[in-house]
Design a protein around this ligand. Structure first.
Ligand code: HEC
Length: 182
């Protein structure tokens, strides 16, 4: 008798498991979450800008805007308003083209995400550059920082930082995939 009940219970459990796996919504992968974040305008204060506003997919993840590089461009060398401004770099193959930023200051893609996130997050641990273990270096042209845009978005959680990196890794051409780090 007991055996029959146990068998029935197992049968029922099996049925439920089968049902739930058939009807369950597939869990979002890290890459998919990263993709949503990349296009999410809620990351900006006025809710109109996303990563894709500057790193435009149809422009090889850069934009068509020219921006003067400080010092390097003689046409604007004396223009203080241009100091510290750089063109938006492409993100195609970005996961295999470190080091990052105009001066190659970061070796790891995750650090780039944390660097931008430090403005939004007031947490003490977010004020530390994980590559140096010290506080982030002060900006070269602090007066030209877009503080309002940088400082009032929502802070990213660890999983969201990981997700953006996971998404950026998907922008790697097949022929360079062997260069991806684990
Ligand atoms: C307002 C325009 C703008 C937005 C929005 C923006 N970026 Fe950028 N991004 C830039 C510029 C300009 C640089 C170059 C900065 C430098 O070299 O100092 C850059 C650099 C980067 C780099 C380093 C690339 C390299 O090869 O060195 C990565 C990665 C990156 N951005 C990813 C993102 C992600 C992810 C988002 C959204 C969370 C984002 N960016 C939002 C303009 C933007």
């Amino acid at each position: 008798m007991i055996l029959v009940w146990v068998r029935k219970a197992i049968l029922l459990l099996g049925l439920l498991a089968g049902l739930s796996s058939a009807t369950a919504v597939r869990a979002e992968t890290l890459e998919e979450l990263g993709q949503s974040l990349f296009f999410d305008t809620n990351l900006s204060l006025n809710r109109t800008q996303s990563c894709a506003a500057c790193h435009m997919p149809d422009q090889a993840f850069t934009d068509a805007r020219g921006m003067a590089a400080s010092g390097g461009n003689p046409a604007v060398a004396d223009d203080a308003a241009q100091r510290g401004k750089f063109k938006t770099p492409t993100l195609r193959n970005v996961a295999v083209t470190g080091p990052y930023m105009h001066n190659g200051v970061f070796g790891d893609l995750r650090t780039v995400m944390l660097f931008y996130n430090k403005h939004n997050s007031k947490a003490a641990r977010r004020q530390i550059n994980p590559e140096t273990g010290a506080a982030w270096a002060p900006p070269v042209a602090g007066d030209n920082l877009a503080r309002e845009e940088l400082e009032f978005g929502p802070a990213l959680k660890d999983r969201e930082v990981d997700a953006l990196v996971a998404f950026l890794r998907t922008l790697t051409d097949k022929r360079y995939e062997h260069l991806l780090s684990d």
